[in-house]
Design a protein around this ligand. Structure first.
Ligand code: 3H9
Length: 681
């Protein structure tokens, strides 16, 4: 074996040169990797003993893409197109040997090899669109020349990878092998023996091009692509591949790639990629310290939340005991879980066996004592401190020593709940978002006495069940709802001062949210936390409920809904709002869209600054991750704190002051020092 550089080796196995890249964690195409690959190719081509070349990676994966951390920095080392040309134009056959995930630039390197072999669990994809980009190293031109226009269009616009079986069927790989190195070397030797032609993907044509297919694809996906720049650019590249000679298509790809790369959307999406991974890191905790086992879970409460939480664990193969006080509620809860799974199966996204396997992991119980052996117990009962304390007091006597006791509270004081036990170090908040089996966000609430091991285990458990977990301190509403309440407050004030609910919803929808605050209220139900007995008609919400408006559930709320849930602004709600304003002597005025946006969003940023200053969030990017994954903040705007940086903190301070809202001290000081929350925008 001879080392080409710190991350590249070249070995000659009789007549086959094997280039091995070893650049943990994911063999991204850093300058070192590109340099190593260029030099290794040159050496292998120059070596007369080498008849064919295998490119393989050490560690957990084949090249997983360009090195994202290099983007936006001055270029260094060999250029990727030069390295690719060396492979594609090699006079000796090159075989890419793939395991793990050949993604982005990784797949683009494989696509310039003359042959590709892979192990059975390898995956192949061009996920650049998720970073607000497009495959910029020929992927948009070469992939459709193998898999056809339609499949390529889907792969580049969704970013979803395909497995080895599908890749083999599409001709993306030439063989699935057992032992990768042995299989790839044998394949290379065979290619030499058979004198197989060194066919280049670029020389092929694109199959499956149909008239109107690109516009039809745009129309079919308009909702999913709304607001994003990258999907359209990806479509244009595939269109170019289908209609132009290879080199002209490459020119289109390069131009559009450069445009996306320097734009704010991709900057935001790349920031989010790293922010999501950073959220897992807990300051002051050793990432390698041993975790507690979570091999069985107990859930108290089989309502919507408890049932949804249970499904997460069942999906991950973790047995769950679910406890209710009454048989009827328990049966209903279990039936709902089963129904949810059966619905998924009916859509073909799960088999009947999968449903049975998940249900077999679920043990319904009416007895809290049945949780005595659980490693993790999650309480999902009514949001009431007295009830929660009672539950935790009982759990303290039932749970085994070392079990993690978690509350799914969305705003109550976790320290007070923990104080109902003799083991506050074992208590943590696990705030799931509804529907809990769908929403990605998990706020892990760190109590004053929560142990580091419990916290780290809670974070790791979040990852196991496919959540994006973020640590929050104990404060009213934690990170997400605390910020949401600022937006709600402003939205309610705006409708009194002159805007209508539909104006506000439109502005926030156009900003990129899936829906505005009033649509959200209607969806959640206007009567949550409201009761006819105690209602005094002092708020707009009281009056709407008193008038029988409940939201989507009864077809009337801020909007009226038809049977298909199409909405039109409710004249009843509008009259209630106007009367309410008139009683208070408000002289309603026209409020423009800019004011709506600023007044809804700047106070959120302001609250984020307070949360940061109080240490309730570890870092500004954690706040962004909460809002991206729990509240529909558009990913291409990077989250409220990243977005604030892009707007300029001075502007935000000035506008808050203009609207009579006191800017948070941290916001003021960062603005006056010319600093930002995230250093990324
Ligand atoms: C591209 O290729 C553009 C080209 O078309 C054109 C060029 C001209 N770069 O996710 P994990 C780090 S764009 C730098 O926790 P997993 C990651 O930050 C790229 N770093 O592991 C983390 O670091 P840390 C197209 C990267 O096993 C560590 O590796 N490719 C990169 O759950 C482990 O990551 C993509 O978009 C990278 N490309 O998942 C693929 N990738 O430990 C992006 C990862 O310090 N990557 N890191 O927190 C992924 O989807 C997943 O990382 C992967 C592994 C599936 C590979």
């Amino acid at each position: 074996m001879s080392a080409i550089n710190t991350v590249t080796d070249l070995t000659v196995d009789d007549d086959i040169g094997v280039i091995t890249l070893n650049s943990p964690p994911v063999n991204a195409l850093s300058a070192d990797v590109r340099d190593g690959l260029a030099a290794a190719m040159a050496a292998a081509i120059a070596d007369p003993a080498v008849k064919a070349i295998v490119l393989i990676c050490a560690g957990r994966t084949f090249i997983a893409g360009a090195d994202i951390s290099e983007f936006g920095k001055p270029p260094r080392g060999a250029s990727l197109p030069d390295v690719q040309a060396a492979i594609e134009d090699s006079p000796k056959p090159v075989v890419a040997a793939i395991h793990g995930t050949a993604l982005g630039g990784g797949l683009e390197v494989a696509l310039v090899a003359h042959f590709r072999v892979a192990v059975a669990n390898a995956k192949f994809g061009l996920p650049e669109v998720k970073l607000g980009l497009l495959p910029g190293a020929g992927g948009t031109q070469r992939l459709p020349r193998i898999v056809g226009a339609k499949a390529a269009l889907e792969m580049v616009t969704t970013g979803k990878p395909i497995g080895a079986k599908a890749a083999a069927a599409a001709g993306l790989i030439d063989a699935i092998v057992g032992d990768l190195r042995t299989g790839a070397v044998a394949f290379a030797r065979d290619a030499v023996a058979q004198n197989k032609p060194l066919s280049r993907v670029r020389d092929r044509t694109v199959d499956g091009v149909e008239p109107g297919m690109f516009d039809a694809y745009r129309a079919a996906n308009a909702k999913a692509f709304r607001g994003f720049e990258a999907p359209e650019a990806n479509i244009q590249c595939i269109e170019a591949a289908a209609t132009l000679p290879f080199d002209d298509g490459m020119a289109v790809e390069r131009k559009l790639f450069t445009g996306l790369m320097i734009g704010l959307q991709s900057k935001a999406q790349r920031y989010v990629f790293f922010a999501e991974r950073l959220a897992n890191k807990i300051e002051g905790l050793d990432p390698n310290a041993p975790l507690l086992p979570v091999a069985s879970v107990g859930i108290i409460g089989a309502g919507t939340m408890g049932g949804g939480i249970a499904m997460n664990f069942l999906n991950a193969g973790v047995p769950v005991t679910i406890v209710e006080t009454k048989a009827e509620a328990l049966d209903r809860g279990v039936a709902t879980i089963r129904k949810n799974y059966e619905n998924t199966a009916a859509k073909g996204r799960m088999t009947a066996d999968d449903v049975a396997a998940r249900m077999a992991l679920l043990t319904p119980s009416l007895d809290l004592d049945s949780l005595s052996a659980a490693d993790l117990i999650i309480e999902a009962v009514f949001e009431n401190m007295a009830i929660k304390k009672e539950v935790f007091g009982k759990l303290d006597t039932i749970a085994k020593p070392g079990a993690i006791l978690a509350s799914n509270t969305s705003y109550l004081n976790v320290d007070e709940i923990a104080a109902a036990t003799t083991r506050p170090e074992s208590v943590v908040g696990l705030h799931f978002f509804s529907p809990a089996n769908v929403m990605r966000l998990l706020e892990v609430v760190r109590g004053a006495k929560t142990s580091g091991q419990v916290l780290a285990t809670a974070m790791a458990t979040g990852k196991t069940i496919g959540k994006v977990a973020v640590v929050s301190g104990v404060c009213d509403g934690f990170i997400g709802n605390r910020i949401l309440s600022q937006r709600q407050q402003q939205a309610m004030q705006l409708i009194v001062e002159g805007a209508l609910p539909a104006d506000i919803d439109r502005v926030l929808f156009d900003f990129g949210f899936p829906m505005g605050p009033f649509q959200m209220s209607d969806l959640a139900g206007l009567d949550i936390g409201w009761s006819a007995e105690t209602s005094k008609g002092v708020t707009i919400r009281d009056r709407l409920c008193e008038a029988g408006l409940r939201g989507q559930k009864n077809g009337h709320g801020f909007y009226d809904y038809d049977a298909q849930r199409n909405r039109t602004p409710s004249p009843v709600a509008e009259k209630i709002i106007l009367d309410y304003a008139a009683e208070r002597g408000v002289n309603r005025r026209h409020i423009d869209d800019a004011e709506i946006l600023e007044r809804c969003l700047y106070p959120m940023v302001n609250e984020g600054a307070k949360i940061l200053a109080e240490g309730m969030a570890q870092r500004a990017s954690d706040i962004d991750i909460v809002w991206l994954n729990g509240y529909g903040w558009p990913i291409y705007r990077g989250g409220p704190m990243f977005w604030a940086d892009s707007v300029g903190l001075t502007t935000i301070v000035d506008k808050l002051t203009h609207y009579g809202i006191e800017p948070a001290p941290l916001l003021v000081s960062l603005a006056s020092e010319g600093k930002s929350f995230t250093n990324a925008a």
